[in-house]
Design a protein around this ligand. Structure first.
Ligand SMILES: Cc1cc2nc3c(=O)[nH]c(=O)nc-3n(C[C@H](O)[C@H](O)[C@H](O)COP(=O)(O)OP(=O)(O)OC[C@H]3O[C@@H](n4cnc5c(N)ncnc54)[C@H](O)[C@@H]3O)c2cc1C
Ligand code: SF4
Ligand code: SF4
Length: 474
């Protein structure tokens, strides 16, 4: 199988990207796809391992290793190499309900534990996945499943993020009558109103939603369950209710002045930016010529930096409370690497502002505002971790002018007010579950169950939740 010497003959290639100065002029995807010959060559690097760690879906020290969906990676790599793209796609769709989402935004857990990465660069699995799904749409290999035999059971799925969508699809494919409720004006959850357009263009989500509608799933938007429609009403109509509402409570900033105008939460900022972009109206949070500080150092913070530089911010600074990660990976294969990485948004800011915009072991001490409650600056300070606690380092305070402080410090779970409106009990924002089950007819999946995670994990969780319901009615 495969080209036995592909991994020796060809080096890994990454897709080319538009140069920073050009791509920050808009919010479009900036990756340039491979041509067919290169795509096949890259697929031929796969060694078709006897034990393919790439698809293993393991947990090592409670961290995901290998593709959580157990995608049949060596098989479709081989078929791409042979030029049998439709056959390759058929293998992909067996396990992956939405490869166009993961092919764009997954951190490629498969590649991190690819055997080839032990002493060379991993196989470009994610690029192969995206290639296949785009070929499938282009060549009409995807069509809505019709004439599904219905079993008469009605299910409400609350939330249209990746976990809600994968749960709805699995149930619908198995004959259930599924209605998805979404509080926003567009479907997709954080795929739509979190992850920025340059990382996942929004027509890609709409294309999939249209397909799911054609397959029979009913979608209702602008409807918040718990307030616009009460739980009692849903319980009367549906046999089961699946909550896939994500994490609604962001971790807040506790410091003097944090009620100032100009303090915004990352997801609000990213949501409004995408919404304004799609609706073609002025940005609600317009960062042009503003001094911006992003508080947090994860993927969300990175997306905020990328969005700020596209909005022509005057300056962008990222404050991270943790230590600077090591330059060399400290975790052995097959773990996901632990080392400093410079993601696309920080890279763009570093290029435009001509310096590394990150400061480690730093946080905001106080927000300085004018008499109208507008933020004008912040005092920042250096901190360190001592016995698991954050401790200030004396005499490190520094004043920085700041018009917008974007809070990207993660999420706590389900907010108390939301839990109350769902008639669900939480303990420190977390719902206590038996497997996916809260109560006889109430299920929970995705980030709402696991805490903030990844798109691929949410998709897998939605499928597993659906399987529990399917099992119940067997
Ligand atoms: C800025 C940002 C960038 C990210 N980037 C990546 C990335 O690049 N790669 C990756 O793998 N992961 C990424 N993630 C994480 C990933 O987006 C989430 O793990 C994933 O979306 C969780 O899916 P979910 O379906 O559980 O919840 P969500 O995507 O949060 O969807 C929940 C949905 O439920 C709706 N809802 C909530 N309450 C109600 C209600 N009462 N009634 C009706 N609807 C309701 C919400 O409006 C929302 O649409 C990112 C997260 C953020 C915040
Ligand atoms: S979903 Fe993610 S982990 Fe799985 S094959 Fe695709 S890129 Fe790899
Ligand atoms: S681990 Fe890497 S080389 Fe081995 S089968 Fe998977 S993708 Fe191919």
């Amino acid at each position: 199988m495969g080209k036995p010497t592909g991994f020796i003959e060809y080096k890994r290639l990454n897709k080319e990207e538009l140069e920073v100065e050009k791509r920050i002029k808009n919010f479009n995807d900036f990756h340039i796809p491979f041509n067919l010959d290169i795509q096949r060559q890259q697929a031929s690097r796969c060694m078709n391992c006897g034990v393919p760690f790439c698809q293993s879906a393991m947990k090592v020290q409670n961290r995901n290793v290998g593709c959580p969906l157990s995608n049949l990676i060596p098989e479709w790599n081989h078929l791409i190499y042979l030029g049998l793209y439709e056959e390759a796609y058929k293998r992909l769709e067996m396990t992956a309900p939405f490869p166009e989402f993961t092919g764009n935004v997954c951190p490629a857990l498969c590649e991190a534990c690819c055997s080839c990465s032990i002493n060379d660069d991993a196989i470009g699995v994610k690029a192969n996945e995206l290639f296949l799904i785009e070929q499938a749409y282009k060549n009409g290999w995807i069509s809505p499943k019709k004439n599904i035999k219905r079993n008469g059971k009605k299910i409400a799925v609350i939330g249209s993020g990746p976990s809600g969508l994968s749960c709805a699809k699995k149930l619908n494919d198995n004959g259930f009558l599924v209605t998805v409720y979404e509080k926003n004006d567009r479907f997709g959850g954080l795929l739509m109103y979190g992850i920025p357009n340059m990382k996942l263009e929004k027509q890609i989500i709409e294309r999939r939603i249209n397909l799911l509608k054609e397959e029979g799933i009913v979608f209702i938007k602008n409807t918040k369950v718990g307030t616009d429609i009460k739980m009692e009403k849903l319980m009367e109509v549906y046999d089961d209710i699946v909550f896939a509402c994500g994490t609604s409570a962001p971790r807040g900033l506790m410091c003097k002045g944090s009620d100032a105008k100009g303090v915004i939460y990352a997801v609000d900022f990213l949501k409004e930016t995408t919404k304004n972009l799609l609706d073609d109206v002025d940005f609600k949070y317009n960062l042009e010529n503003k001094n911006v500080i992003v508080l947090g150092g994860g993927d969300t913070a990175n997306d905020c930096c990328a969005t700020a530089v596209r909005q022509k911010a005057k300056s962008v600074l990222e404050l991270e409370i943790t230590k600077e990660p090591p330059l060399e990976n400290t975790l052995p294969w097959p773990n996901y690497p632990n080392k400093k990485k410079t993601d696309y948004g920080v890279f763009e800011c570093n290029t435009i502002y001509k310096k590394d915009i990150r400061r480690y072991e730093s946080t905001v001490d106080e927000i300085i505002k004018d008499e109208n409650n507008n933020m004008i600056g912040v005092n920042i300070k250096k901190v360190k971790f001592e016995n698991g606690k954050i401790v200030d380092i004396p005499n490190t305070k520094e004043y920085l002018p700041c018009d917008y402080l974007i809070i990207a410090m993660g999420f706590l779970g389900t907010s108390d007010s939301d839990a109350l409106s769902y008639n669900i009990k939480t303990n420190k924002n977390r719902i206590e579950l038996h497997d996916f089950n809260y109560d006889k007819n109430i299920y929970v999946c995705g980030d709402m169950k696991n805490g903030q995670s990844l798109v691929v994990v949410a998709i897998k969780d939605g499928i597993d939740c659906a399987l529990k319901i399917i099992e119940k009615y067997r």
